[in-house]
Design a protein around this ligand. Structure first.
Ligand code: GLN
Length: 255
């Protein structure tokens, strides 16, 4: 059956090939600020449009990862929630690092972006150890960076979102920025860049939610997951017209 946006979804919501895609939603209880859960919903919908049968597994502190993991998604939260998940993340650091080194695509937003780096030093001087999957480090500052933000990325085109953080993130040589800031602050007020990427792991401050407005990022995560699972990726999802309209209206909003 053909949908109006080029999706091919059968009555069970399954895509054309029906290949399973396991999406781990990391710490949804503690790290789900500014609708970051929308990333999981958008990714699931886009994966179906590409012909997969996505299955979402929520992993909260203490829960094991499923054996097969195709994509990992995590969001942001308050400093208190970050402390809770930092302790849990430390316990499973080796496993997450191994999965990242093996090419599992991951998207970490804001609070988890910081904890996927080496460390986050809060504005009160408390140090939360990160797992060092991204070569970044963050220091809490006195100024919050809040507002609509637009990036330019060679690989993904314009990336549109909303930032709200006081953490100032700096990148080491092992990570590349996700994009150049066209409007907004980004990693810190002086860098001119936003986010970080090491292999298939992306960290970013962009909420929004991010993925509903940026299908190119969903396609990257799904494409990398598909290549690892089946050896190839034939995109079948069409242009997401709703996302295109949301992008245009978000870009017209003032900072
Ligand atoms: N506590 C962090 C900061 O303000 C993360 C904020 C968030 O996840 N929204 O920098």
């Amino acid at each position: 059956m053909s949908g109006s946006t080029g999706e091919r979804i059968d009555a069970q919501g399954r895509g054309a090939s029906g290949e399973e895609l396991v999406i781990v939603s990391l710490y949804p209880r503690d790290m789900n600020i500014y609708g970051d859960r929308g990333n999981v919903l958008a990714l699931t919908r886009r994966a179906r449009a590409h012909g997969f049968a996505p299955r979402v597994v929520e992993v909260n502190p203490g829960d094991p990862f499923p054996e097969a993991v195709d994509i990992v998604i995590g969001g942001g939260g308050q400093d208190s929630g970050q402390g809770r998940v930092a302790r849990d993340l430390a316990v499973r650091a080796d496993e997450v690092r191994a999965r990242a080194a093996d090419g599992t695509p991951m998207l970490m937003v804001c609070g988890l972006y910081q904890l996927f780096g080496h460390r986050f030093i809060t504005h009160t001087g408390e140090e939360l150890a990160g797992i060092g999957v991204l070569d970044v480090e963050t220091r809490g500052g006195s100024e919050r960076m809040i507002g609509n933000i637009v990036l330019e990325s060679a690989e993904f085109g314009e990336i549109i979102g909303y930032e709200n953080h006081s953490g100032n993130t700096t990148l080491g040589p092992g990570s590349q920025p996700l994009g150049r800031v066209l409007q907004g602050a980004g990693n810190n007020p002086d860098s001119g860049f936003e986010g970080a990427r090491s292999a298939n792991v992306i960290g970013t401050y962009l909420h929004g939610s991010l993925l509903p407005k940026n299908p190119a990022l969903s396609d990257f995560l799904i494409g990398e997951a598909a290549r690892r699972r089946t050896g190839g990726f034939t995109p079948t999802a069409g242009v997401d017209e709703t996302a295109m309209r949301a992008r245009e209206s978000a870009k017209r909003r003032p900072r």
